[in-house]
Each structure stands twice: as C-alpha cells, then as structure tokens.
Design a protein around this ligand. Structure first.
Ligand SMILES: [Zn+2]
Length: 174
C-alpha cells in the first residue's frame, strides 16, 4: 500500500514536472497568415478579434507573432502577442482544426497580399522568424503551411501576391 502511494506520488510529480516542458515545447507546425488590412498593430488586431471571434475566451489577437509592414508596426519588426508569452493556443485557423490551433504557431504579416506583395524587409523578417522557430522546436518544413493550403481550411489567406514558391524554397520545403 505504501509502495503504491509512493509510486502514485512519483508519477504525479513526474506529470507535474513534465507538463511545463510539454506546454513550452509542444509546437509542431507553423501557419502563415496576412492580416488582410493595409495597416495594423496588436491593439487594432485585438479589436478585430473581439468583433469577429467574440466567443473566444482569450482576449488577445488570434496569432502568436505579428510581422510589421511599416503601417502600425515597423517594417520587418516581429511582435510576439500575449498568446506567445503564455504559450496559449491560437485561434488562427478554423474550429475544424483544433490540433493546429493548439500546436501550430500562428504568424501574421500585416498587410493585404491580395492587393500588394510583402516588402523585401517584411518577407526577410518572416523567413528569419520561421527558420528560428523551426530550429528551436524541430519543426519540419513540410509542417510549415500557408493558411489557405492547410488541410481543412478554405481561405485566400495569405493572399495571391504572397510569394509562395519563393517562401517554400527559402524554408526548405520541397
Ligand atoms: Zn489566415
């Protein structure tokens, strides 16, 4: 009986010790988005999130990182959201994809790439961010997807002018 309690206690502490490790390292995908607006920052995207995803209990932008275009956030600057600070799940893909929202890092480039392509500086910063996250969390290039090509998603995001073949080449996806 004693031994059993000891075992149960050990298992419980192992689980408790393992949980933060899992929480901070569970990332297995990257998903690329555009904000679909010409300008934006955390405050603006928070307001949009409150309007469009009113049922979300997390009062933060749906993404983990924003990459600026000089309109609200400096060009090429990477701004982590509170979701990333706490390693909270995202709300950047549809509810049909709960695993992607839980284990995919959502990266949103400010801009509407249906109208104009990202600048070289914004694009380069995105590549650097993707490579850094892929290295840190050992994420395979095949698991880095654009929102619209993610299985189960139906959207033009991140826009027809996002340089997709260049992007796939630059992150090493074949
Ligand atoms: Zn998107």
């Amino acid at each position: 009986m004693k031994r059993r309690h000891f075992l149960q206690g050990s298992l419980a502490s192992l689980a408790l010790a393992g949980l933060p490790l899992y929480w901070f390292n569970r990332w297995d995908y990257l998903t690329i988005h555009h904000s679909a607006g010409a300008s934006g920052d955390l405050a603006l995207l928070r307001r949009v999130h409150r309007q469009r995803q009113a049922g979300d209990p997390v009062n933060e932008v749906p993404y983990h990182f924003l990459v600026g275009n000089g309109e609200g956030i400096e060009t090429g600057a990477v701004v982590p959201s509170e979701r990333w600070s706490l390693r909270l799940w995202g709300a950047h893909v549809s509810a049909r994809n709960p695993d992607r929202n839980f284990r995919s890092i959502g990266i949103c480039l400010i801009g509407n790439f249906q109208n104009a392509a990202p600048s070289a500086d914004q694009y380069d910063a995105t590549i650097a961010l993707c490579r850094d996250l892929m290295r840190r969390f050992d994420i395979a290039a095949e698991r880095v997807t654009l929102h619209g090509e993610t299985p189960g998603e139906a959207t033009l995001c991140p826009g027809k002018l996002f340089p997709r073949s260049e992007f796939f080449k630059d992150i090493g996806r074949t």
